[in-house]
Each structure stands twice: as C-alpha cells, then as structure tokens.
Design a protein around this ligand. Structure first.
Ligand SMILES: [Zn+2]
Length: 152
C-alpha cells in the first residue's frame, strides 16, 4: 500500500495528553484559557508545570480576553503536509494576547490578499472544529479593527 491514502491527507492534530489536553478541552468549550501563576500572577503559554518567572508550581487556568494583536505572520503558499493541500494559501501568525502571552495560530478571514495590513492588526479568537474532539483556536480581524477603531 502506498502512503497516498486518506490517512496521509488528514492534517496533523495536537497530542491530547496532560496539560495540552486541558488547554484543548477549554477550546472545545469555546473558551481560550491560559495558565496563570498563583504566586506572581504571570500568564504563560504553552502549558507547562512551573512559572518561568518565579518557579512556582501553583497555578490555575484563567480565561483569556480572546483579544490580541498580530506580532508576526507568514503566508503559507506551499503545503508541506498533504493534509493542507486544499487550504493554501493561508496565514499563520504569532499573536500577542492582551494577557501578554504569545501563541501561534491561523488567521481566518480572507486576509491572504491583505497581508501588508496584518502587522499589529487587532484580532480576536474564533474556534475551528477540525476533528470530532478537536477544536483549534484561530483568529480573525477584530470587529473594532474592521470599523477602523484603533484599540491601542
Ligand atoms: Zn510566578
């Protein structure tokens, strides 16, 4: 059997184990949450056991505003995995959230033609159902940005 079967064309999914499973569990409920240190108040992402600021292992999940700005981005024109063949071109961005953490996610909307305007663009989270038990956070240009309001 070749490696060109249907399984190969399925985009890779996150490993739903440990703290990562908890993060994506929030996403399934359409909530974007990050860990926040109970000792110094620092937010963190990606999920991990201890605070990089103070070393504390005391933390809790806290809900994000879901808003941020595009810190950096790229337009993916060539799929490096067959599961994305039908989706190119698409925008992948590093979004700096209001809480200060940065996360990598796709930008939805028809922004592939507007890439010159994406740096520092205000964005808000949306949820993309990609499999039975997997919902990925993604971002769209915020409605405030679309109206021309600068939130900074
Ligand atoms: Zn801390």
């Amino acid at each position: 059997m070749t490696r060109m079967g249907a399984d190969v064309a399925t985009p890779p999914l996150p490993s739903l184990e440990g703290l990562t499973a908890e993060f994506y569990g929030h996403c399934r409920r359409q909530e974007l949450s990050f860990q926040r240190c109970s000792s110094c108040g620092r937010w963190r992402h990606v999920p991990r056991l201890a605070c990089v600021g103070c070393g504390s292992t005391a933390w809790s999940w806290q809900r994000s505003s879901g808003r941020g700005v595009v810190f950096s981005f790229t337009v993916i024109h060539r799929a490096l995995h067959p599961g994305f063949d039908e989706e190119v071109p698409f925008v992948c961005a590093v979004v700096e959230m209001d809480e200060g953490v940065r996360m990598v996610a796709r930008i939805v909307d028809e922004v592939a033609d507007r890439t010159a305007t994406l740096a520092d663009a205000a964005v808000e989270v949306v949820y993309v159902h990609v499999a039975d038990n997997v919902v990925l956070p993604a971002f769209r240009l915020s409605t405030a940005e679309a109206r021309g309001n600068d939130r900074r």
